[in-house]
Design a protein around this ligand. Sequence first.
Ligand SMILES: [Zn+2]
Length: 472
Amino acid sequence: MRNSFTMALRFYNTLTQQLEEFSPARDNTVRMYTCGPTVYDFAHIGNFRTFTFVDLLRKCLRANQFRLDHVMNITDVDDKIIRNAVAQHKSIEEYTSVYTEAFLADCDALRLERPERLAPATAHIDDMVEAIEKLSAGNHTYSSDGSTYFRIGTFPEYGKLSHNDFSGNMAGARVDVDEYEKADARDFALWKAPKEGEPAWQTPLGPGRPGWHIECSVMAIKYLGETLDLHAGGVDLIFPHHENEIAQSESLTGKPFARFWLHAEFLMVEGQKMSKSLGNYYTLRDLFAKGYTPEAIRYLLASVPYRKQLNFTFDGLKSAAVAIERLRNFKLRLETDRYPEGDDDQLAIREAAASQKFSESLNDDLNTAEALAAVFEYVREANSAMDAGAFRAGNVAPALEFLRQFDSIFDVLAPTVQTNQILDSEIESLIEARTAAKKAKNFARADQIREQLLEAGIILEDTKTGVRWKRK
Ligand SMILES: [Zn+2]
């Protein structure tokens, strides 16, 4: 197998604000942590932009002959989850399991590799409690009304990732401190006391649940050690989430938390911020229901370099499908047409250069746009050579090898075999959510769920004895 990933791999490091050469610190294994989904709803395409970037990152790291030890958390407890679970009279686990399952099914559909380890927050409560106790012993915390907060004033480097200068605020320019239960407006909860009627873990910290930030610090350190090679997520996580992760982790260990920080930019839809109120909010299921293939979605999400905003448009999705079709046709032509014996040297040189350009572009901070340009330029030339009778039998194997190299990263050439996209358990769970919404007189939400199911091909019938459903 060819390996043209010979150029140094470089990433833009949010921490240093520079392009830096990347290699793991120890034994050729990249210890990486990426922030996973909060499983209170189906993930949307903005989330999947980040997860697709992480998948490309994994594949490029492997193409550079590194081994991977990658942990991703599943946030299966937070305020929204608890609110929704209580409203639906479900346990936290009952409520989240549907969405965890749906998330993993979506990842499979988009061909996103599973990290070496998926870490659900609720399976690590004891570890978090222990870490919070250690932070308290180091005087980094204080308690208020049964909750425990991290005192940012004890971590002078706060702001070094987001490059925000908080020094002025720290020095006492606090406003109306009495109005907050926190001593400083930026202090954040490590442990939250339950509100009336909420489920809680009984721990030495008192009853409650962990804050979001602590779970990432604890699970990252537990599985990957005190200093990670790489930590990634969406740009919206830089502040405060990743800044808080650094404050907690470095206060716990006294070591740098991560050597490289990579952040994927936002996704826009048709030039606008995606939001439910604008009606441009899409889950993968919404797009599958409209007939778009997982490969086209994956291609579109992968085609824009991760540090650029991605404008997700339906025209873009159609173009993605056309681009994939072109590559599939080219592959078919290579596999089925007969070519005269020998080699066309010019084409062989072009193919080698394109392959080199492909890997160099990816190693240049994952420049997927340039990598794709190299592929399509070569395919255009090869197709012309085929039309002109210049393409030779000896050019076939290297061309197929180049396509294999392309697909080992982009993974769009094999068509998805269509199955029923929405599981019975998800349908039932949405119907329950709709019934609950109706009871709460939230008819807009109830209608929205009916619409969502309709788009997935599910028809609801309200009967005297309850709701019946069928597939279209
Ligand atoms: Zn995180």
